[in-house]
Every structure is written in structure tokens, then in C-alpha cells.
Unconditional design. Sequence first.
Length: 172
Amino acid sequence: MSEPTSTRNLDQYGHAELPWSRARDVLVADTPTADLTFFVATVRPDGRPHTAGVGAVWVDDALHFVGGPGTRRSRNLAVNPACSISVRLRGLDLVLEGEAHRVTDPEVLERVAEVYRTGGWPATVEGDALTAPFTAPSAGPPPWHLYRLTLRTAFGVASAEPHGATRWDFAH
């Protein structure tokens, strides 16, 4: 994904566009060690929204998160991969929109598990999923499917200097 294909300044007070690197750099630096809760919004088969808090990590230039196969989020994503993920980062409120697809590649699973371990969650690869002695109640019982967000659009609103609000679009 790397860089956005287009940006749009949404700030109404004259601040400059925010660079995507500001959001990306905080995601790289703060996941998984900072105390961040990401909220994943998916769509139920009947069209109603569903939102759940998750622990997410930025690995290989993408956001990854887990969900047990029986969770509402995983069941929704199996039918409709469209989702949005929101988080308050250091100095920046961020919304990421795109599609989340299950990751089963053993090398990617191991890289993501290693990043989770650096943050204190002792994740290991078991088959085509992750497992650990504990997790958040919203993840459901192990093993957990790993999802990678394919980013389409992101919105950032700076809560610290330099202020601003920007939309970033990504081509795929």
C-alpha cells in the first residue's frame, strides 16, 4: 500500500494537509506496546452494524487484528469483508476504511505473532491461526483468525500540533 494515491485537506481553519507518514509512523512506533484500543466496525448480514474493541498491530505496512471464528466480527467478515477501524493515537484520531481478509500464510502469521509478543501478548502460531494463554474476552476462545486490513481510505484529525484534518485515499 505504502503511500496514498490522493489526499484531501478537510481542515476548516486553514491548517495544512497532514502527511500520511504522521499516522503511519505512530502506528509503527506504538503498536503493540502502547495501551491502544482499536474499534473494528463490521456489517451483519441483515445490514446492522457491529463494533468490537480489538488489539491491533501494524506489520508489513498494514494493520492486523484477531478474532475467534465464532465471534460476530469474524462471521461478519466472512460474508462481507468491508470494515472500518478507529483508534485514538498520540496526537491523532484515526479512522481506517477497507476490507479485512484472513491471513493464513505461516510466515506472516509468525511475523505478526512476534510483534504481538514484543507487546506482552504471548501469541504463537497454531496451524493457520494464533493462540495464547489469554486474550481479551471480545476475541472469543482460541485459536484466533488473523486479519489484515487492505486500506482504501483513512481520515486523520490532529489533536496536537500541527493541527489539521485530512483524508487519504489508497489505490488497490
